[in-house]
Ligand binder design. Structure first.
Ligand code: FES
Length: 152
């Protein structure tokens, strides 16, 4: 075998190896939201109560906090349950972190920028072309200065 032929055959072999490993590495990802047991990704365990102390947290309209798998957002002044929303803390699409965007009054995923209403409705699908699902929204109650969400 001539040197040139040997190099050409070697190059083809490398190309095939690269193609195979790239195809494996780029395997399909699921865009089907698959809730995990207990309220979806980051949703915590069903029945768990998660508390926020309103004397020190969520003091201003538009403030938000993730705790125990729950994203709490203060939507209005006053310490009544209608002043808050409590949703799952991570995105149903692929588990990205959810943040409150006060300027648009929407919840937005940090990973693929999907957006949701405070009631969990989908406003914008993920930027990667995938499909997300509505957010789980949890029942809340207030006792004194303690806001409680019950994961369902
Ligand atoms: S993980 Fe949130 S949009 Fe993809």
């Amino acid at each position: 075998m001539e040197r040139n032929e040997f190099i050409k055959s070697l190059g083809l072999g490398v190309a095939l190896v690269c193609t195979g490993s790239c195809m494996t590495g780029c395997g399909s990802k699921s865009d089907n939201p698959t809730p995990s047991p207990g309220g979806g990704p980051g949703g915590g365990t069903t029945g768990t109560k998660v508390n926020v102390d309103l004397s020190t947290q969520l003091l201003s309209v538009g403030s938000f906090i993730s705790s125990g798998g729950v994203l709490f957002v203060r939507l209005a002044t006053g310490n009544t349950t209608s002043s808050f929303t409590a949703t799952q803390a991570t995105c149903p699409h692929q588990g990205g972190t959810l943040n409150w965007i006060q300027a648009s009054s929407l919840i937005e995923c940090a990973l693929h920028a999907s957006q949701y209403t405070p009631a969990g409705g989908i406003v914008r699908q993920p930027s990667d072309g995938g499909t997300t699902a509505a957010l789980k929204v949890y029942a809340t109650s207030i006792s004194g200065t303690t806001l409680t969400a019950t994961i369902s």
